[in-house]
Ligand binder design. Structure first.
Ligand code: FES
Ligand SMILES: [Fe+2]
Length: 345
């Protein structure tokens, strides 16, 4: 699957950037091969548009924000969050032709990140109840491009056969390579949900992070996959600590994904520092990255093109759900009116 060849993928919301990145000036981002300019068009209100001026194609992300509009660095035309040209200095106040406009995209803030949808959304941004629960604190963890397909990372998150090998230095129990069966596994309308109990060992860092003395524990885990490239992993430890990891593999282009990860925990900075939490998750994440960046980015959706074992069921369901969605919506997605691409007036 080449993500840029699937128009339907434009109809999902993706987290593209932490809100804090937009404080000082406009930014650029590439989403599904589409160059974007992102800026704040009002206090805390992000906007997204194609990062090309309709005059001579200059990059708007090199421009400035004037009264909430993005001003092109080349000749100073300004565009609002709907893509309408609102100022042309050379026209000296005369009427601006309506054809002076750029493609603007749906854009909103959620969980302290800027989310963008390039087309008519099929579904909403995933709801994470813990994010609204004041007993949880949010820790931003990683924001970086990986040279791998998002689908590889999604299935990796639900693959209980890999921790014993890939994470042998951080939490995997090397001596127990036969993974546990999931307690429950259900397909949802927009993804899947899996609960399982995974035995893990506690490194010295984890003993501190989990406030536990024991060298071994279990993770009571609930993983949720949200089509196409978002997952949450809610880990509950026997002492009641909850560590919920949100990870998105936002598709930059066919070969790379922007990893957006934060966690939510029901403890305090005084008990466990964010720095220590990040340090452990960083070590785990780099172990996955080392493997995943070596995999083929053109992930086959056909089940017969790779070999499988029982623990690959989530990855197989992901392939089937994506293939079914593309098939069912093929006509609809290729028949989208051009006007639907832009934010309505
Ligand atoms: S290229 Fe943008 S105003 Fe000329
Ligand atoms: Fe992993």
């Amino acid at each position: 699957m080449l993500v840029t060849q699937q128009p339907l993928l434009k109809r999902f919301w993706y987290p593209v950037m932490p809100m804090t990145e937009l404080t000082a000036r406009p930014q650029s981002f590439q989403l599904l091969g589409e160059p974007l300019v992102l800026w704040l068009d009002g206090p805390g209100k992000p906007a997204a548009a194609r990062d090309r001026c309709c005059h001579r194609s200059a990059k708007l992300s090199n421009g400035d924000i004037i009264n909430g509009a993005i001003r092109c660095p080349y000749h100073g035309w300004s565009f609002n969050a709907k893509g309408t040209c609102v100022n042309v200095p050379q026209l000296a106040g005369n009427t601006i032709p309506p054809s002076y406009r750029i493609d603007a995209y749906r854009c909103q803030e959620r969980y302290r990140y800027v989310w963008v949808c390039l087309d008519d959304p099929l579904t909403d941004i995933p709801h994470i109840p813990e994010a609204d629960n004041p007993q949880f604190r949010q820790i931003p963890e990683f924001y970086e491009p990986w040279r791998c397909a998002g689908l590889r990372l999604m299935e990796n998150s639900f693959d209980n056969a890999h921790p014993h090998f890939v994470h042998a230095k951080t939490f995997g129990v090397e001596q127990e390579p036969v993974p546990p069966q999931p307690d429950t596994f259900e397909e949802t309308e927009w993804g899947l949900r899996m609960r399982y109990v995974l035995p893990v060992f506690n490194s010295e860092v984890q003993k501190r992070n989990l406030q536990m003395e024991a060298g071994r524990t279990v993770r009571i885990s609930e993983g949720v996959w949200f089509l196409p490239f978002i997952r949450t992993l809610k880990i509950t430890y026997p002492n009641g600590l909850i560590h919920l990891i949100f990870t998105a593999a936002t598709p930059i282009d066919d070969r790379s994904s922007q990893i957006v990860q934060f966690c939510l925990r029901n403890d305090t900075e005084a008990a466990v520092t964010a720095e220590s939490v990040i340090a452990f998750d960083r070590a785990v994440t780099l172990e996955d990255r080392a493997i995943l960046e070596g995999t083929d980015y053109d992930v086959p959706l056909s089940i017969s093109d790779e070999q499988h074992m029982a623990t690959d069921k989530p990855g197989i369901v992901m392939r089937r759900k994506l293939a079914a969605l593309f098939k069912a919506n093929g006509k609809k997605s290729s028949g989208i009116e051009p006007g639907m691409k832009t934010v309505s007036e």
